[in-house]
Design a protein around this ligand. Sequence first.
Ligand code: C2E
Ligand code: MG
Ligand code: MG
Ligand code: MG
Length: 293
Amino acid sequence: TAKQRGKASFVRYVDGMGEPVLAHMQLGAELRRAVDEGELRVVYQPIHRLDDNRVIGVEALVRWQHPERGVVSPAEFIPAAERTGLIVPLGRFVLRETCRQAAAWLAEFGPDALQEAGLNVSARQLHDPDFVADVTAALAESGLPCERLVLEVTESAVLRGQQVSRTLSELDRMGIRLALDDFGTGESSLSLLRAFPAAIVKLDKSFVDGIEVDDGRPAAADARQAVARAVIQLARALGLDTVAEGVESAEQAAVLRELGYTLGQGYHLAEPMTAGEVSRVLARQQAMATLER
Ligand code: C2E
Ligand code: MG
Ligand code: MG
Ligand code: MG
């Protein structure tokens, strides 16, 4: 049963019921409760400069604090949230919370501490006719300047047609920066870059995994380096910023730096953390900067 196989995973729990449809309905119902009763939390993963390790931004990542199951990861409920449409209120919560928090950090630590706060937006949200209004309202309520907000979208979400393109162009015109998330994993990464008003490209973790390996069989590492190099050259040519995702070791960070990446995100640099923990990091950074002056 699900219980025997462990409590941590929602998917396993759901599988254990042997009733996918019923299970999906139940997950949907529980998700609705999560949204309504405030069981969702936002954690933030710092984005670091690779030369001096300074934190220059964060990515907001949603967590579900489930009353029985503990913390449930987004991989386990975002697909269901998209299927049921609950991603719209869920996404609105993450948007408002992130803008509010980023504005608070801006007020507390000044304009040079955190340049940007990013959050993930799914295809379903981009199809929502109210999405641009939601973003406008979140910025207005929080007082966060639009150029400090990054919206991360995946290639597959962008490829969903006219309505989505219009929405993305409008957000771009508002001065919000758009990031192509998990870049390189989609079907048409290159042609997409031409059509899509991206400001940032996030090199997918799969190209960072093993990028440093030198075990006498360098072919795999070479292939990843080739992709990572191609992506940064392309980004430079198009005037886009880059962030390398899933940096798990100092060796990987070094290779990425050599290839020309200036920004990275990953467990080696910092894991996702609470807003309070980010504040402590920023306070420490500020204290260090004062000492150096
Ligand atoms: P993503 O946007 O690509 O976010 C990066 C994911 O990689 C996060 O997982 C992060 O915790 C994880 N990660 C960061 N550094 C490392 C590393 O060094 N090693 C490994 N193995 N993993 C690392 P998380 O938080 O579980 O989120 C998974 C995905 O769920 C996200 O991928 C994003 O697509 C989606 N997601 C998360 N929050 C939201 C949200 O608020 N809205 C939407 N629509 N999707 C979200
Ligand atoms: Mg992301
Ligand atoms: Mg990503
Ligand atoms: Mg990813």
